[in-house]
Each structure stands twice: as C-alpha cells, then as structure tokens.
Design a protein around this ligand. Structure first.
Ligand code: PBG
Length: 327
C-alpha cells in the first residue's frame, strides 16, 4: 500500500550521491588545529597515560614530527610546553625567559616550515609551581592585573619567536586589550589574538593537566576565573568583551558540552569562531573505544561534525591526526 504523501524527506536520502550532495556541513583537515605537547626533558616520545595515542614530544624531534603531520595535511599547531618542575616558581618567571621551551620550539618550527601556522598559548599554568594561571596573592586569590602584565610581556616573546596567533587561555579580565596594545606598540601588528573567550571551569581538562605536569599536587580549582558551566549569559558577556577588546578569533572551550555557546557566538560576532575539543573529550571517546564499547574514529568524527554544525569555523582537536586520513 502507499499514501499520497507530498513530503517524503527520505527521498533525499535514497542514495549515497544524493546524501553526499545534500550534506550541510563538512569536516576538513584545513579547519583543524592539532595541540602538541613538548618537553625538553625526554629523549623519546612519551605517551600520556590519560590520553592514549597522544604523546609529549622531545623538542629535538619536533621538526621531524611536524613534517609527518604536514604530510597528512595538518597546517596549524597549538604548542604546549611541559616545563621541567625545577623551573616552575610561584610567579612563573620562566614564562619571561626568551629562551624558554615554547619560544625555542616556535623558532625551530617556523624556521623549518614557513607555511604552517603556530598558535601560542598565553597563560602561566605551565610555569607556576601551584598550577594556577596567574599570580596568587596572600589569600590564594589569582591577581588579575599583575597576571595580565606578565602575559602582555610574554606576548612579545611569543610573537618574536614567530607565533602567528597568540591564545590567552587564562580568563583574566582585560587581557585581550592590553595584549593587543602591547603587540601594536612593539610592531607586531599582524600577530592575531585567538582569545579563549568563553572558557568554562570544566572537569574535562584533567588529562591536559597530567600532560603538562600541572596537577601533581592536588586538583586545582579555577572557578575564581573560569566560567561556571551553568552560565550562558556570563559567557556572552565574556565573548562581547573580548570582541570589543580586539580579539581576531573568539574561542569556546570545551566544545561538545557547550554547543549552544558556539552556536550563539557564530550568530552574533563577525569574527571566526574556534572551538577546543579538549583533552577529556578526547579521552572519554578513546577510552570507550579501547573498551570496545564505541567506534573511536566514528565517534570522533560525529563529535567534530557536531561542533562544526553548531558553528565553529576551526576546531582544536587531539583527533586531528587520526581523522585527517578519513575526512
Ligand atoms: C591552561 C589551559 C588548559 C587547557 C589549555 N590551556 C587547562 C586549564 O585551564 O586548566 C586545556 C586543554 C585541554 O584540556 O585539552 N591555561
């Protein structure tokens, strides 16, 4: 039997060609940024326990390794240094050492691969002994303005080292504007700022903190500066402020738990929107895959496609290498 139905949306799903022509969103390796952990302490790549398949790379091997990623079509990298614990201090001075790992690695990669784009995270947590993203006062409160002053100085070191895009990930107030004016005054007029604008205080950062050795003492509570996952309006306010202060790209982080925020950002700001599919998002999919409960690659693609559909123009993802072969 058959009805006379005017609308049969399934007509468009009848064969692969039609399905493919009617796709509204497509993932491309060109939209992906691979976060990379680097250490000067190790002589062979070290797999991160809580992120199977992700490694911390010895600085001396990074040129070879970037060459392999470039061959897969990955062209943008976000660099995260794992600093030797002996160099970590309460105020994170190592961040202002022009020869510090992140700057040396930036120079190394850019002098070998002029065509790649490098994103440099600006935050104190890799450098502080307590793992917070800023300077603590006597009450354990992360001081805003003295932290921003250090980040502004660090931005000049990162820009001089060749980083194309600077990404303040600290959530201090006013830092985008201060960093922008420092860059302009010092001649780095073309260096972009990708602000971690709506960065939530998320449980999904745990594996990242293991990777850079920032959680050795106790779990860190960053709720004094990162956003509560309960708050949408407050995220909008942060996005607005960073836009007004001159951010070239606005980021939402984590990604999949905050698709509503990504969607809002895409519809309300005339700048590119980035989303960071963070370490814990990687780990939960990978762990279920290793248990045989989920298909890791297909879940990764579904997650990344959802982030794209919500409105992200670019996605930072630890799956960049794995999915580059199949998208
Ligand atoms: C810190 C920073 C974090 C991440 C990027 N930069 C962690 C944090 O805020 O504690 C997390 C990335 C991830 O989980 O993959 N400035």
């Amino acid at each position: 039997m058959s009805f006379e139905l005017t609308n049969r949306p399934r007509r468009l799903r009848g064969n692969e060609v039609l399905r493919s022509m009617t796709l509204e969103n497509r993932l491309s390796t060109k939209d992906l940024v691979l976060p990379v952990f680097i250490s000067e302490e190790i002589c062979s790549p070290e797999e991160i326990d809580s992120m199977p398949g992700v490694f911390c790379w010895p600085a001396v091997q990074i040129v070879d390794q970037v060459g392999k990623w470039v061959a897969l079509g990955i062209r943008a990298f976000a660099i995260f240094p794992k600093i030797n614990p002996t160099k970590k201090t309460i105020t994170g001075e190592e961040c202002l050492n022009p020869k510090s790992l992140a700057y040396e690695v930036g120079r190394l990669i850019k002098s070998n691969f002029s065509q790649v784009s490098l994103i440099g995270d600006l935050a104190l947590d890799p450098y502080t002994s307590h793992g917070h993203d800023g300077i603590l006062n006597d009450n354990g409160y992360v001081e805003n303005d003295s932290t921003v002053e250090i980040l502004a100085k660090a931005s000049i070191l990162a820009a001089s080292a060749g980083y194309d895009v600077l990404a303040p990930s600290d959530m201090m107030d006013g830092r985008v504007g201060i960093i922008r004016s420092h860059l302009e005054k010092n001649g780095f007029t073309e260096t972009c700022i990708m602000s971690y604008a709506a960065k939530f205080c998320s449980c999904y950062y745990g594996p990242f903190r293991d990777a850079i050795g920032a959680s050795s003492h106790k779990p860190i509570d960053k709720s004094g500066y990162q956003l509560s996952p309960n708050n949408f309006r407050e995220a909008v306010r942060e996005l607005e402020l960073d836009f007004e202060e001159g951010a070239d790209i606005l980021m939402v982080k984590p990604a999949e738990p905050f698709l509503d925020v990504i969607h809002y950002a895409r519809n309300h700001f005339p700048v590119p929107i980035a989303a960071y599919q963070v370490s814990g998002e990687y780990s939960r999919i990978t762990a279920a895959g290793l248990n045989g409960w989920l298909d890791t690659e297909r879940c990764a693609i579904e997650s990344l496609t959802s982030i794209k559909r919500a409105g992200a123009d670019m996605i930072l993802t630890y799956f960049a290498e794995k999915v580059s072969a199949i998208i």
